[in-house]
Design a protein around this ligand. Structure first.
Ligand code: NAD
Ligand code: LEU
Length: 364
């Protein structure tokens, strides 16, 4: 990969390689765009096959956070951290404290939180070294695990997408096929069950499947069968790239709305869904509840205020479809346009000179 060429293509700001021999820390912090404010995005811990794959993931995920934060109306830019390692074996206090010191060294240009492979406890450890961390334990006055709030946002966004698809946002009696019933989807299933939706679930973790069957009366299917079940809504809540040439043919749903990041394997798959008459709720718009929730910590966490903002995901999804209709484009492009328009508008607004932002005058 030609790193500077890639950074130039998508206008990245900064890529930081962090190394600490003793703790084994090998991390990449990527800051994509800070037009709207400091870059906020989680720390992912994963066993990458190559260092290049880890750098590519950091770059891709950081840019995704720019769009997610902008579309959610947050005054935050996009960034992400990738830690190379096995979250089951390689975690230690020293590793996360070393990472915390690197985050602190960026002096607030980047703020972290949880992502795949990291937990509230890891954020608490990072907090020992830096104040630029969110998703920290409620004991510190913070918001804790973002997953239930992400789930609530997905539930609201699914209702909005259903309104577009069926003319009515009630999920009562709707059949929802859920791929992966982990932290987010377990809570999503709870909301769906309470509203009277019928659930079909799958997971590679049998205990998670059993819990959904017992608690919500869900029907269980094998992981490779979830694309074939007759359903109204397909909710991808496990992996990325699951909307692709092979799966689109098999889907029978009218709506795709779920928590997983990067659901479309390629952009053309957003167009293929559209051609098949499937309403696609863009992933980074519908799954923004977690980041909205942790971002509230920056103002002194207030759950009511955070949840009010998460509720706006409903209107945001409707807005995406209005833009799609207005401009005659698929919903994934409409979401990008919504985010890009906001960044461009704020770039212009923030170009007005403010003395406090210019250190050249700081001695006066
Ligand atoms: N946690 C959040 O707040 C948050 C916020 C935004 C986006 N997301 C995204 O939502 C998705 C779910 O996040 P989570 O925190 O619930 O993760 P999780 O790891 O708790 O849950 C994912 C579940 O998917 C299952 N799974 C993995 N591969 C599968 C497969 N091939 N088929 C079926 N099931 C499979 C796992 O066993 C697990 O139960 C991820 O893509 C994540 O990036 C999460
Ligand atoms: C800041 C985090 C809560 C972000 C979350 N991991 C996401 O992908 O949106």
């Amino acid at each position: 990969m030609k790193i500077f060429e890639y950074m130039g293509k998508y206008d990245y700001e900064q890529l930081v390689l962090c190394h600490d021999e003793q703790s084994g820390l090998k991390a990449i912090i990527c800051i994509h765009d800070t037009t709207l404010g400091p870059a906020l995005g989680g720390t992912r811990m994963w066993t990458y096959d190559t260092e290049e794959a880890a750098i590519e993931d950091a770059l891709r995920l950081a840019r995704g956070m720019t769009y997610k934060n902008a579309a959610a109306g947050l005054n935050l830019g996009g960034g992400k951290t990738v830690v190379i390692g096995d979250p089951k074996k390689d975690k230690s206090e020293a590793l996360f404290r070393a990472l915390g010191r690197y985050i602190q060294s960026l002096n607030g240009r980047y703020i972290t939180a949880e992502d795949v492979g990291t937990t509230v406890e890891d954020m608490d450890t990072i907090r020992e070294e830096t104040k630029f961390v969110t998703g920290v334990s409620p004991a510190f006055g913070s918001s804790g695990n973002p997953s239930p709030v992400t789930a609530y946002g997905v539930y609201k966004g699914m209702k909005a997408a259903s309104k577009v698809a069926f003319g009515d946002d009630s999920l009562k009696g709707k059949v929802v096929a859920v791929q992966g019933v982990g932290h987010v989807a377990y809570n999503l299933c709870k909301h769906l069950h309470e509203e009277g939706a019928k659930l079909i679930v799958t997971d590679i973790n049998q205990a998670n499947v059993d819990r959904a069957v017992q608690e919500f009366g869900a029907e269980a299917v094998n992981p490779d069968k979830i694309y074939d079940v007759a359903c109204d809504i397909f909710a991808p809540c496990a992996l990325g790239a699951i909307i692709n040439d092979e799966t689109i043919e098999r889907l029978t749903c009218k709506v795709v709305a779920g928590a997983a990041n990067n659901q479309l394997k390629e952009e053309k798959h957003g167009e293929m869904l559209e051609q098949k008459g499937i309403i696609y709720a863009p992933d980074y718009v519908i799954n923004a509840g977690g980041v909205i929730n942790v971002a509230d910590e920056l103002y002194g966490y207030n759950r009511d205020r955070a949840m009010r903002r998460v509720e706006t995901i409903y209107d945001n999804i409707l807005k995406v479809f209005e833009i799609a209709k207005r401009d005659g484009i698929p919903s994934y492009q409409a979401a990008d346009r919504m985010a890009e328009e906001r960044i461009a508008a704020m770039r212009n607004t923030r170009s007005t000179f403010l003395r406090s932002e210019h250190s050249i005058l700081s001695h006066r």
